[in-house]
Design a protein around this ligand. Sequence first.
Ligand code: ADP
Ligand code: MG
Length: 238
Amino acid sequence: MLQVEGLTKKFGGFTAVDAVSFSVPQGEILGLLGPNGSGKSTTFNCIAGMLKPTAGSVRLAGEEIAGLTADESCRRGIGRTFQIPRPFRGLSLLENAMLAAHFGAGGHIDKPEAERRARDALRLAQLPDDPQATAHGLGAAGLKKLELARALATQPKLLLADESLGGLDTGEMRQAAEMLKRIRDERGITIVWVEHIMGVLLSVVDRVVVLDHGAVIFKGTPAEAQDDPKVAEVYLGP
Ligand code: ADP
Ligand code: MG
């Protein structure tokens, strides 16, 4: 579903992402891990069209998408969540999700279809789909769910989830992880999940890629990651 090859992003003379390669088969959940500043968000933004790569290739279902705009990559089937949720607070949850559905379809769907996609996405994210419910009063976990619902309403083939666990307590983290797993299990959506902590992520992802200083230092299963000395070193120090 996703093939990243030799992806490089430089900011001036500084190489934030350094020849990163990995691929994600259809229906897999990949955990993209690494300490703060290791290049996770930059990699993510190059895939989602928020940044133009300096070099390398990003293919979605075989089609080159590196350098497309964020709008185009959304229409091609990449849904993303933002680390900092930014809902339209004056709108209902349903309206928030409907706007996302319209955006994902490039405006080519009518209102009933947008509403159908929005309700489906809200239910999948375990949020109320009645027209009265608003983003007002949603806590950290609720806002993360709304981010997820908005991404799902675009009907993505590939879901990019950025730091979905930030600000959540342990129980909420487990719920968030189970929700991503259910989205994959029920809908077959391929997921790349970016997180700087390993914890609960390792219990649901199929494979892990670990970045350090912009480069891939590990690829393997969660069990292999837990036993790998290089991974332990970047997380725990030598
Ligand atoms: P992570 O998401 O893993 O914490 P980032 O991808 O945000 O890491 O950042 C990787 C490195 O690139 C960091 O050293 C960061 O300071 C740098 N960086 C990120 N964005 C920019 C930018 N727009 N301009 C210059 N440096 C940046
Ligand atoms: Mg980041």
